[in-house]
Design a protein around this ligand. Structure first.
Ligand code: SF4
Length: 85
């Protein structure tokens, strides 16, 4: 008996369905992420703070020197032309 013919007790059909389902979920997430990154800058965090380590004309620095700058860019614009890199 070859290794691949040995009974394993694993529901291979069920396993394959689970893998296919997970692959489908991850594919949908990747497609959505790709779509969002075309308009939302990847340096903008969930609180609209800028995490970039370079200058950008959309950065607004508050009076708090320890706070990261606020992103004033619109998610509808191409943010890349504002970068100073
Ligand atoms: S300030 Fe500029 S680099 Fe920072 S998150 Fe906004 S668009 Fe991106």
């Amino acid at each position: 008996m070859r290794h691949k013919d040995r009974p394993t007790g694993i529901d291979t059909e069920g396993l394959q369905k689970s893998i296919d389902r997970l692959t489908s979920i991850y594919r949908d997430i990747a497609v959505k992420a790709d779509e969002v990154t075309r308009s939302r800058c990847p340096y903008k965090d969930a609180k609209s703070r800028c995490t970039a380590m370079f200058g950008c004309r959309h950065q607004y620095f508050t009076k708090d020197p320890s706070a990261p700058p606020v992103c004033t860019g619109s998610d509808k614009l191409d943010y890349r032309s504002a970068w100073e890199v």
